[in-house]
Design a protein. Structure first.
Length: 304
């Protein structure tokens, strides 16, 4: 068994533990490479039966069109039970103040929609593609990460996970059967970005085409390349350039920067990642750079 085999076996074990310990889990899907790998791992974990979990996407309304097209194609190909909930609907229903400014990210508002959807369906575990190498707050997560009734994460109140024993015990309302707590499950927590791409290569897993080099009209902001779109505010003084770029991570168009790259194949991406000293989120996510604790602040308020 090589390194990738061991990571795959661990992830499959985590999926099966999730099915065994929880009443109603769901896979959270963003359209990116990490959540795509989750789908393929789930297919392997429960083959020949289909995955026993639905797949849910919290749509901010600021997504890359390529990611939405990929999501729908994947769901149709594998006959997945796809649930989509819109942040736009939550804004109207709860009279929330929409994000404004040059790059109006809805990441904070996304938490409202996620928590509402968890309550709507009674999900007691949400499986996501978070990895510890992505960001400092992610590195603090357990594989079974407890959230309280309000979806909040407490970094100082994490359960020990010794000898691959995962404690998914949570309390349920005895009258309604609804969970009083929630577990976020991270099957690929121990994977690196390089591991992900090596697995994509080995398993021949399709990913959205924006991960590969292409030409795109970009706004130059603090040395980063932000794709122009109807979601961002372009001023007369802004520098707009056409660059050959690709994306290392797929977030909203309002908060995800592209990198200059000529990598058009998976082998070229693997070579490029092997030579970089910057993490994918550190290099490309604007929303993580508002403060040293941006991600942790969002997670304590219900963010994934």
């Amino acid at each position: 068994m090589n390194h990738i085999d061991a990571l795959e076996a661990e992830a499959i074990f985590i999926f099966r533990e999730t099915a065994a310990q929880f009443k109603k889990p769901v896979i959270l899907f963003s359209g990116g490479k990490d959540s795509t790998i989750l789908i393929y791992l789930a297919l392997k974990a429960f083959y020949p039966a289909p995955p026993p979990f639905p797949v849910m996407h919290i749509d901010t309304g600021h997504n890359f069109p390529e990611a939405l097209e990929f999501r729908d194609t994947l769901a149709s190909q594998y006959d997945l039970q796809l649930i989509v909930r819109l942040v736009e609907d939550t804004i109207k229903l709860k009279s929330l103040v929409d994000a404004t400014g040059k790059f109006p990210s809805r990441n904070v508002l996304q938490s409202h929609t996620l928590l509402d959807a968890i309550n709507e369906f009674g999900f007691d575990a949400c499986v996501g593609g978070g990895r510890r190498d992505e960001e400092k707050a992610r590195a603090k997560e357990r594989i079974f990460s407890v959230r309280d009734a309000n979806g909040a994460w407490q970094p100082y109140n994490q359960r020990p996970e010794l000898w691959n024993i995962y404690n998914g015990r949570i309390s349920y309302n005895p009258e309604t059967g609804q969970p009083n707590e929630n577990i976020r499950v991270f099957p690929i927590s121990n994977w690196s970005e390089l591991d992900v791409w090596n697995y994509i290569k080995r398993e021949n897993i399709p990913v959205p085409n924006i991960y590969f080099s292409h030409q795109r009209l970009c706004l130059v902001f603090n040395g980063k390349l932000i794709a122009t779109s109807k979601y961002i505010q372009v001023d007369e003084t802004d520098q707009i350039v056409t660059k050959t770029v690709r994306y290392r991570t797929v977030g909203d168009m309002t908060c995800t920067a592209a990198i200059e790259s000529n990598a058009t194949t998976i082998d070229e991406i693997i070579t490029e990642i092997s030579q970089t000293t910057l993490s994918e989120r550190g290099q490309t996510r604007i929303d993580d750079q508002f403060s040293d604790a941006s991600m942790e602040d969002r997670k304590t308020k219900g963010y994934f």
